[in-house]
Write a protein that binds this ligand. Structure first.
Ligand SMILES: CSC[C@H]1O[C@H](OP(=O)(O)O)[C@H](O)[C@@H]1O
Ligand SMILES: Nc1ncnc2[nH]cnc12
Length: 299
């Protein structure tokens, strides 16, 4: 086993965040998983105080995977195989509320699913059934660690307890849809939270998405609708802030990983979520799951 393993903290970079800065490079790995290869090679890096972090670019470095094509099962399985327990997932989002301005950061606490059922979204299929709890899709422990460092943001504000709607894309929404999402109570919109957050839960990894607002989508009457150009204009500022936030929160994340609190309520949860009688579990499905949750489903 490589000396840096296990790596217990992972960062997923979304649009505009393709690398970690100011942190020492240790290794690059590209694990094979029963669900295929991750989006790109995973970089292992080390902070000045010796914390190891795994970094994965969700759309690949160079952004060649659409939100629909992101191999989320392979991504989550690959991170889990490194020993990851806590995931900080960055995402560029549109704002559905006046008070959530472009360049603000938002910690969502809820998700509404508007993906179209075309993304593989569970590890449990083909002869084994489990139902993970998902009422609270994000980690309260990670949320608190991040919130405690909210003052490090430059040129924007931090918000928490917001609702994220995840759409399929890749096209942006119509004005009617954008208004409908507002009427649902959604505050921000992206194309990437799902199935990532569900799969992190199934793999028993604590997961918090850190949303970085880039635009007001298209709900504002008489204002131009979101374009990639508008999004990109805010990505650079957001990415500098993301690096700042990461630097500030990693010591706190390390602490909750080391004291075990980050996995409270998660560790062991999927043992009891399985509905399939041991004798009825498909051997092939159980074998695949050995990669993710070893010893859980073997008879
Ligand atoms: C570039 S705008 C739409 C694109 O940006 C977000 O990506 P990510 O969540 O990976 O930062 C959004 O989800 C869409 O995929
Ligand atoms: N308006 C928007 N809709 C969906 N995903 C986004 N990511 C950034 N802005 C977005």
């Amino acid at each position: 086993m490589a000396s840096y393993l296990p790596v217990k903290i992972a960062v997923i970079g979304g649009s505009g965040l393709y690398n970690l800065e100011g942190i020492e490079f240790v290794a690059e790995v590209n694990p094979d998983t029963p669900w295929g290869k991750p989006s790109d090679a995973i970089t292992i890096a080390r902070t000045a105080d010796g914390t190891h972090v795994a970094f994965l670019a969700r759309h690949g470095r160079g952004h060649y995977l659409t939100p629909t094509e992101v191999p989320s099962r392979a991504n989550m399985a690959a991170l889990k195989s490194l020993g990851v327990e806590a995931i900080l997932a960055f995402s560029a989002v549109g704002s559905l509320r006046e008070e959530l301005a472009p360049r603000d950061f938002i910690l969502p606490s809820q998700i509404i699913d508007r993906t179209k059922g075309i993304r593989p979204s569970t590890f449990f299929e083909d002869g084994i059934v489990a139902h993970a709890m998902f009422a609270d899709p994000f980690s309260k422990v990670l949320e608190q660690v991040i919130w405690d460092q909210r003052d490090v943001l430059e040129g924007g504000k931090f918000h928490k307890d917001k609702t994220l709607i995840c759409m399929e894309g890749p096209q942006f929404s119509t004005r009617a849809e954008s208004n409908m999402y507002r009427s649902f109570g959604a505050d921000v919109i992206n194309m990437s939270a799902l199935p990532e957050a569900k799969l992190a839960r199934e793999a028993e990894m604590a997961y918090q998405m850190i949303c970085m607002s880039t635009d007001y989508d298209c709900w504002k009457e008489h204002e131009v609708a979101v374009t990639v150009e508008a999004v990109v204009a805010n990505l650079n500022a957001n990415s500098a802030n993301a690096q700042r936030v990461l630097k500030a929160i990693l010591p706190g994340v390390r602490k909750v990983v080391e004291d075990g609190s980050v996995l409270e309520g998660l560790k062991g949860s999927m043992r009891f979520a399985c509905m399939t009688a041991p004798a009825k579990r498909s051997k092939a499905a159980v074998e695949k799951l050995e990669f993710l949750l070893p010893g859980y489903y073997t008879v």
